[in-house]
Design a protein around this ligand. Structure first.
Ligand code: NDP
Length: 440
């Protein structure tokens, strides 16, 4: 979920297939193409990795200008460090081991097309805690975590290379599984598009679910580790971390901890239930999230900001409001989907659909059709504000994320319309705004 990529401008669906698939529940070769179809599938894997390297280069340059021409890309001798792939593979390997820790419960995913349900270990939060202990030990041993600042570009290059290699592996192995194991939208017969969007729905090696593993663990926890590295770099340079850096670290740690604490909720998201596992998700999980979501922290290393306590308090309040809306609305829907008779949701007004499922039309989901996106966007703004107003770069995340969520909302809307038909139209009439009340 965290990783679906912002390519709204490339979108051109063919309108074929979605309803048909919803009835047949079988992948077909006339499946609707998303993210710009073949053109998107060719351009995005070139354009987005370059964007990652460009943005890191800009964040670490004195000008930090995204409009600088020619664009500020890292020089070739900055791209490679043998330590980077070793660290990256070691990190992924560590989290693969932690995946098998006998902590936490085991949950079942939604029923698959063949009626079976897969089992998933809910121990991502434990992995975060173990990672935190290991980092504390490293800091206790005076390991210079600030070196992550210099290693950022080679690490990103390694993550991009791993994403390509891993996606090739996923594409090839998807030809060895039965057709019911393929994602509905991932078997168009166009190799470029299928490689990009992902053919297999739930690729597994034994019990190890590759998509579920990548979704919230190495990349997401890696993001907060990079942030910590930037904080330590600031300590190296200036003796102590700035208030701005502390806020960015704390806000983003809260977000990651929350995602892992509520890991079970990922089992019902579009990424797990609907999308195949291909380059789009792999690159998003392993490269895009850790290296672009940490841009504010790397920006602050080179561009220190002074922040008054009053401004900091306002920003903390904004993050708090965003988090409250995000968490409450997500929890309300999850609770309703798990057990609609639970006292916390049983009093809410709902409408019936032909599938037997009901849609909430009061509570958070009666305010706008995606209250969770509203909360997420308020938090995204709060993460940028500690970086001041002198540069656009720290606002990259909130701008990108707004585009991503508007695009995601449109994708979800099409899927809900296909699932619920007239009931969805009724819901849209009852709740006319999508994300921002009275605006959009
Ligand atoms: P959502 O949690 O918004 O779920 C959408 C689904 O909810 C619909 O498909 C439908 O599924 C159900 N639904 C919609 N309306 C209603 C209703 N009125 N009543 C009951 N059920 C309803 O999906 P996402 O995966 O997009 O988002 C999950 C969270 O992840 C959000 O908070 C989002 O902000 C965040 N996110 C973060 C990203 C990041 O990079 N940081 C990227 C993407 C998402 P059904 O009816 O089948 O249950």
């Amino acid at each position: 979920m965290i990783s679906t990529i912002c390519v709204t401008f490339l979108y051109k669906g063919t309108k074929m297939g979605r309803n048909k698939q919803a009835v047949n529940h079988r992948p077909t070769h006339d499946t609707e193409r998303e993210f710009g179809g073949t053109l998107g599938a060719v351009c995005i894997p070139v354009f987005l990795p370059l964007t990652v390297l460009f943005l890191i280069g800009v964040s670490q340059s004195p000008e930090a200008s995204v409009f600088q021409w020619p664009p500020k890309l890292p020089s070739t001798n900055q791209l490679w460090d043998p330590l980077a792939p070793m660290l990256l593979l070691g990190w992924i390997g560590l989290h693969a081991l932690l995946y098998f820790m006998p902590f936490g419960k085991v949950s079942e995913g939604l029923a698959l097309r063949d009626g079976t349900r897969l089992k998933y270990p809910i121990n991502g939060f434990h992995s975060l805690c173990v990672s935190a202990v290991l980092l504390m030990v490293l800091l206790g041993l005076r390991a210079p975590l600030g070196f992550l600042f210099e290693l950022l570009v080679p690490l990103a290059v390694s993550a991009i290379a791993v994403s390509f290699l891993f996606s090739i592996y996923l594409y090839v192995r998807s030809f060895l599984v039965p057709s019911h194991a393929l994602a509905l939208g991932g078997d168009t017969g166009n190799p470029l598009y299928d490689f990009f969007i992902g053919r297999e729905l739930n690729p597994r090696i034994g019990n190890f679910d590759l998509k579920y593993f990548c979704e919230l663990r190495p990349g997401l926890i890696g993001w907060v580790v990079i942030n910590l590295g930037m904080l330590m770099k600031e300590v190296e340079l200036r003796g102590s971390p700035s208030l701005s850096m502390i806020l960015v670290n704390c806000f983003q740690l809260l977000y990651v901890a929350d995602a892992l604490w509520n890991e079970e909720a990922v089992l019902t998201t579009m990424d797990i239930v609907h999308d195949g596992f291909g380059f789009m998700l792999v690159f998003g999980d392993l490269a895009w999230v850790p290296f672009t979501y940490s841009l504010q922290a790397s920006f602050l290393v080179v561009h220190p900001q002074t922040l008054s306590l009053l401004k900091a308090a306002v920003i903390v309040a904004l993050n708090g409001v965003g988090y409250y809306i995000f968490r409450k609305s997500n929890s309300q829907k999850n609770q309703f989907r798990r057990d609609p008779t639970h006292p916390s949701v049983s009093g809410l007004e709902t409408i019936a659909t032909a599938t037997g499922k009901r849609l909430l039309v009061s509570g958070w989901w009666g305010l706008v059709r995606h209250p969770n996106y509203l909360g997420d966007l308020l938090m995204a703004l709060a993460w940028s504000l500690p970086c001041g107003f002198s540069h656009l770069l720290p606002y990259f995340y909130v701008i990108y994320f707004t585009i991503l969520l508007i695009h995601r909302e449109a994708r979800d809307e099409r899927q809900c319309k296909a699932k619920y038909g007239l009931a969805w139209d009724t819901y849209c009439r009852r709740v006319p705004y999508r994300i921002f009340p009275y605006i959009y």
